[in-house]
Design a binder for this molecule. Structure first.
Ligand code: FAD
Ligand code: MG
Ligand code: MG
Ligand code: MG
Ligand code: MG
Length: 554
């Protein structure tokens, strides 16, 4: 039983090995990791790779620091400075980690194997296809762009997902300026060519708009004085406000700064079609359609599912969903030993009302059919770990302890002496599930999930039987020895707004805006760099820009 791998490598399956040596040392389990983005590299960096045989597949042999991609579009930071070679990242792990530059095009959960295709190598069959089997699979494939099937978007718009996209945008911006500088071009044509349209007012679109604006006023206006007056930047956003995942104060601050800068905000408009020189938008309130002439358009209006994920979801019976669903321990529940992290996946948080009878039974230690406050308090910690929505609900209702919540079920009674039956218990908790939160598709989440999952893998020996729990409440009595479910810790988020200003949302309802926040942004993003090499490169790019301005050559 031999399986040819890429490049003619031959792997022996378990049985063959067992025949050769009567008492082989226990075989290391094979972990295959798909993707080297935020989630995949965070997992790999934290995994104790001496315990496993690790194989990594990704079509790009580098990690890209995506938060700095908008800066690459205008040459504030060079493309080289935001990428770190994968092989260099795993240098220290030595021979325990193997990397193959290839794309996975099929996951086969029944055979526990992945099918991959290399763009460069050829194997003995004359193509670049190979198969890897796994004991554990970590899917960290990220997401792709989502055009919502809007006609013309694929053909005519730029995207900002990959390093190559940022480089293309940079070329294209300069192209527009050169095109508009050619003699004998009408004013109308110049206005069209120099109209930069950003579709989508989320963090990426907004940051790109700010970068572009700075590039124009700080550098290009000086270099192309004759056409500077024709430049216009527009953000088209279907919602009422830009940055709608941020605190309202930040959205307001950003909108007024953009207004002063002359960046046009078209909120409440949907793009319904893009042609080579105009965008058709529809006003959501009036239904009126308008043609917007443009020179360059960037689509950053949402993320979609990669085909290999869609195919896998169909195989495991998740065909109707938009992202691969995992349980709270990041495992795909429908199949064996497959985990998914980052933008390709979403956690489906278990609802407390689905388990309410079990919880009641576990809590009711004396089998009286009723719960006292003490009985509830004894299981409260487990409940809060397993169902984070309980705490969120109590917080949203300004309740200090569980007694306040339970009182909702039993009516007016003395906190200390109250007793609830199952119906009252249900009534008290019936609104709690409304507070189930989905985690956003961000680098922060992806990195935390990768870290968490590596931690689980490192400690797997302790809980081989139940690698993912369950806690006392959900069944098998393993108690606190098992792993706690993944819990996202939001450390805040930044929105750089150009002109050396930024807005930040920090933990504990803190909002900070302005020039000092931009310095905070510089220091945070310098410290978040994955290596000293990229840190030095990024900081020297910033310094160079301060002194000499951006490079405007193609
Ligand atoms: P990715 O990082 O996208 O990684 C996916 C990996 O899978 C890549 O290595 C890719 O090459 C590989 N891959 C793809 N297809 C295949 C295949 N078929 N087979 C094998 N490998 C494959 N988040 C923040 O928190 N803060 C920010 O400031 C921020 N700014 C952003 C700015 C931009 C311009 C963009 C695009 C994103 C930004 N994000 C930010 C979001 C963040 O980048 C994503 O949430 C994060 O990258 C998700 O990590 P991931 O590992 O799931 O996916
Ligand atoms: Mg990844
Ligand atoms: Mg990435
Ligand atoms: Mg996710
Ligand atoms: Mg009781």
């Amino acid at each position: 039983s031999q399986q040819p791998l890429g490049g003619g490598i031959v792997a022996y399956a378990d049985s063959a090995r067992a025949e050769e040596a009567p008492e082989p040392p226990p075989r290391k389990k094979k972990v295959v990791v798909l993707g080297t983005g935020w989630a995949g590299t965070s997992f790999l960096k934290n995994l104790d790779s001496s315990r496993y045989e690790v194989k990594v597949i990704s079509p790009r042999n580098y990690f890209a620091f995506t938060p700095l991609l908008p800066s690459v579009t205008c040459g504030t930071v060079e493309a080289r400075s935001v990428v770190e070679p994968i092989r260099r990242m795993f240098e220290k792990k030595g021979k325990d980690v193997a990397y193959y530059e290839a794309e996975c095009f099929k996951i086969d959960p029944t055979k526990k194997a992945v099918h991959c295709r290399s763009a460069v190598g050829t194997n003995l069959d004359g193509n670049g296809d190979f198969m890897l089997d796994y004991d554990y699979l970590v899917v960290a494939l990220g997401a792709t762009v989502n055009t919502f099937n809007t006609p013309g978007v694929m053909e005519h718009c730029h995207f900002l997902k990959e390093v190559e996209d940022a480089q293309k945008i940079r070329k294209s911006v300069i192209d527009c300026f050169e095109r508009a500088s050619i003699p004998n071009i009408s004013e109308e044509e110049k206005r069209k060519i120099l109209h930069f349209v950003i579709i989508g007012g989320g963090p990426t679109g907004v940051e790109f708009a700010a970068e572009l604006h700075d590039f124009l006023v700080e550098d290009l206006v000086k270099l192309y004085p004759a056409i500077a007056q024709f430049v216009k930047i527009t953000i088209i956003q279907s919602g009422e406000h830009i940055l709608n995942t941020f605190d309202q104060r930040i959205a307001v601050f950003a909108e007024s700064k953009f207004q002063r800068d002359g960046i046009e905000l078209s909120t409440g408009f949907r793009v319904i079609k893009v042609s080579d020189d105009s965008i058709t938008v529809k006003c959501k309130s009036s239904g009126v359609e308008t043609l917007v002439p443009y020179g360059m358009a960037i689509w950053s209006a949402g993320i979609g599912t990669r085909p290999v994920i869609t195919d896998f979801m169909n195989q495991v019976g998740q065909g109707k969903r938009r992202a691969l669903a995992t349980n709270e321990w990041l495992r795909v529940p429908e199949c064996d030993s497959v985990y998914a992290i980052g933008d390709c996946s979403s956690i489906s948080q278990r609802k407390i009302m689905e388990d309410i009878s079990t919880i009641f039974k576990v809590a009711d230690k004396d089998n009286s059919g009723t719960l006292t406050l003490k009985e509830i308090n004894d299981v409260l910690e487990d409940i809060c770990i397993r169902y984070p929505q309980v705490e969120l609900y109590m917080k949203s209702m300004h309740m200090v302890d569980i007694a306040d919540l339970i009182k909702g079920g039993v009516g007016d009674s003395n906190k200390e002496s109250m007793v609830v039956n199952i119906e009252e218990f249900k009534k008290a908790l019936c609104h709690v599930d409304s507070q189930v939160k989905t985690v956003p598709a961000t680098a922060q989440v992806a990195a935390q999930q990768g870290y968490y999952l590596a931690d689980c893998f490192n400690k797997k020996d302790h809980c081989v039987e139940h690698p993912e729990g369950p806690l006392r409440l959900t069944g098998s009595g393993e108690g606190h020895h098992n792993f706690r479910p993944f819990r996202y810790k939001h450390l805040g988020q930044f929105a750089p707004l150009g002109g050396e200003q930024a807005a930040a949302e920090l933990p504990g309802d803190w909002v900070s805006m302005g020039h000092s926040t931009q310095w905070l942004w510089y220091s945070v993003y310098a410290s978040k760099q994955v290596s000293w090499r990229t840190r030095v490169l990024v900081v020297s790019d910033w310094t160079r820009r301060f002194i000499f301005g951006r490079d405007s050559s193609r």
